[in-house]
Design a protein around this ligand. Structure first.
Ligand code: ZN
Length: 303
């Protein structure tokens, strides 16, 4: 009997399969790497296993899913990973959609144009989930251990984020339109069976119209085009039937002020505060210099 000290590629592969079943991915990965080096019968499958494990170990990295998708493109037959049956073209598609969704999530959204582009990208991903996966369950989520949904539910989530971003893009120029876009986001999130109260709160804020206490101009969109400024409304004022009085939060602890008035006051008071700060600093430096001079003269006297 010949006893081989070195394991063959196939032995290493089989051991790797057992390690996957025990979810010992890092160890299993080493076995599959060696299988590929030795060019065992299962080298192609080992390549797919390595890429799946890389996705499991770094599951927020879209690059891992794109790489896995390319590897799966080369494979013809179904195979198992742990307890999950993998149909290569189908899981490759799921990987690409997941990577696309992650990349959409990483797009900047700071300016209205960026938020609009991001929103449209999410709506595009949502359409793909809806038409390409539909009511079926997404296998790749199960494999890498992220929440498992159907294509439809994933589409509803992506649509919600899409409309929220479109609303962010629209609110600076057209708060009413932003509120309409958020109505869509609200409907999608409700349909996905999720709490959507936070969207309703924003819709209410975007739809709210008031008059500015300082200039009297009408404004729509709380938090964006007008803001509450802490103030003191006396009981006498509260009794007035002036319609501007309705431009206050229910607690009468502040007044609504349009953004131009608000920012003019804030900037002017910042300037004043800066002048005071500079004057105080100058005085402190002068005092420091005087003290330093006194200390030096006392040292001179002691010599
Ligand atoms: Zn104003």
């Amino acid at each position: 009997m010949v006893l081989s000290v070195f394991k063959s590629g196939d032995e290493l592969f089989n051991q790797g399969i057992d390690l996957v079943k025990r979810k010992e991915y890092a160890k299993a990965r080493r076995n599959f790497e060696k299988t590929i080096e030795k060019g065992g019968r299962e080298a192609a499958l080992a390549r797919a296993y390595v890429d799946i494990i890389d996705a499991c170990l770094d599951r927020d990295n879209p690059g891992k899913y794109n790489k896995l998708a390319s590897t799966l493109d080369q494979m013809k037959e179904d195979f198992e990973f742990g307890l999950t049956e993998i149909n290569p073209p189908r899981v490759a598609l799921e990987c690409r959609l997941l990577a696309e969704r992650m990349e959409a999530g990483r797009m900047p959204g700071g300016t209205p144009a960026q938020a609009e582009a991001k929103g449209n990208r999410f709506l595009d991903v949502a359409r793909k989930y809806q038409t390409m996966i539909g009511n079926e369950t997404i296998k790749i989520s199960e494999i890498v251990g992220i929440p498992v949904n159907t294509g439809i539910k994933e589409a509803l989530y992506a649509q919600t984020v899409g409309y929220e971003n479109l609303a962010l893009g629209a609110v600076a120029a057209d708060p009413k339109r932003a509120a309409e876009l958020l109505q869509n986001a609200y409907a999608c999130r409700k349909q996905a069976g999720e709490d959507a109260q936070y969207i309703l709160n924003t819709i209410n804020a975007y739809s709210k119209s008031v008059k500015c206490w300082i200039c009297g101009r009408p404004s729509t969109g709380e938090g964006v085009h007008f803001l509450a400024m802490p103030s003191d409304i006396s009981p006498f004022m509260k009794k007035s039937d002036d319609d501007i009085l309705k431009s206050t939060p229910a607690d009468y602890n502040s007044v609504y002020v349009c953004r131009p008035c608000y920012s003019a006051i804030s900037r002017r008071s910042d300037d004043i505060a800066r002048q005071y700060h500079e004057r105080a600093m100058q005085e402190m430096r002068a005092m420091e210099a005087r003290l330093q001079a006194q200390i030096s003269s006392m040292a001179m006297m002691r010599r």
